[in-house]
Write a protein that binds this ligand. Structure first.
Ligand code: NDP
Length: 257
């Protein structure tokens, strides 16, 4: 696996770029949205909790970033039609998208496969995988308008090697890796869009706390501390890098989500 966690991003790395971040209201997505904005991008904040998205919007503006946009969407219930409407609106507002970070995700339950609730399974696949597929389908034509576009899918160590009890979460991340590889191969040499996956590694967020309730969060890196690889992949220094699996930090064997 590749890692670029020592990457030093120039201050204006993403100047003039329009970047969409899903799950931008909290955790890693919130940090990524703020970090991309701090490096010059205009951010489209996508998520389900408007109050939290508004707080991120304010933080970006207060820090002197370009005025972001908020696009509320609940991935559990969003339909093909909603993604089509999203594409139409973003086309009118921006004309082109230079980057998407598919980041929103839920854990589901830690349960053996034979006892896993089909309802929870569907919910996890919907939020972690189907939504990213449908949004990508809807927005790809807007990315084709960019001279240098980057599509990042968020993976996990359990999306690269299966682990007991991680059920739908793990399978959703394997599916995400498969989509990344397929799309990267389809777009290779015929577009300006690069497609890669990124495993954040154990990071101090609500999801991590849910998965490992007994863990001391102070032992983990914060989302802000793992942004180097996100910036590398979103910016022009990764031009030509396509179909690769990245890690945002050195792996802690068997304890990453
Ligand atoms: P958090 O739980 O902190 O944040 C998840 C984000 O996804 C929130 O913004 C949340 O919105 C959003 N989200 C959840 N459900 C929906 C939905 N139905 N519709 C729209 N948005 C939704 O998680 P992390 O920041 O930890 O995780 C981010 C990504 O990184 C995930 O894909 C996760 O699998 C992956 N990851 C995380 C690791 C870690 O150690 N933290 C390790 C490996 C991978 P809201 O604020 O409204 O809840």
């Amino acid at each position: 696996m590749l890692c670029e966690f020592d990457y030093q991003a120039p201050a204006d790395l993403l100047k003039g770029r329009v970047i969409l971040v899903t799950g931008a209201s909290d955790g890693i997505g919130r940090a990524a949205a703020k970090s991309f904005a701090a490096h010059g991008a205009t951010i489209i904040l996508v998520g389900r909790t408007i109050k939290k998205l508004e707080a991120v919007y304010d933080e970006i503006e207060e820090a002197g970033g370009a005025q972001p946009a908020i696009f509320p969407l609940n991935f559990e219930t969003a339909t093909y039609k909603d993604y089509g409407e999203m594409a139409e609106l973003l086309q009118k507002e921006f004309g082109c998208i230079d980057g998407i970070l598919h980041n929103a995700g839920i854990l589901g339950s830690l349960t053996p496969v034979d006892a896993y609730s089909p309802q929870v399974w569907d919910q996890v696949m919907q939020v972690n995988f189907n939504s990213a597929l449908l949004m990508t389908q809807a927005l790809l034509s807007l990315m084709h308008e960019s001279k240098d576009a980057s599509l990042i899918f968020t993976s996990s160590s359990v999306g690269r090697k299966g682990r007991a009890f991680w059920g739908a979460y793990s399978i959703s991340k394997f599916a995400t890796e498969g989509l990344m590889e397929t799309l990267a191969d389809e777009l290779e040499n015929i577009s300006n869009i690069r497609v890669n996956s990124l495993n954040p590694g154990a990071t101090r967020t609500g999801m991590r706390q849910l998965a490992f309730p007994g863990e001391n969060p102070a032992t983990l890196r914060t989302p802000d501390e793992i942004m180097a690889t996100y910036l590398y992949l979103m910016g022009p220094d990764s031009k030509g890098v396509n179909g690769q699996k990245f890690n945002a930090q050195p792996a802690k064997v068997d304890v990453d989500v």
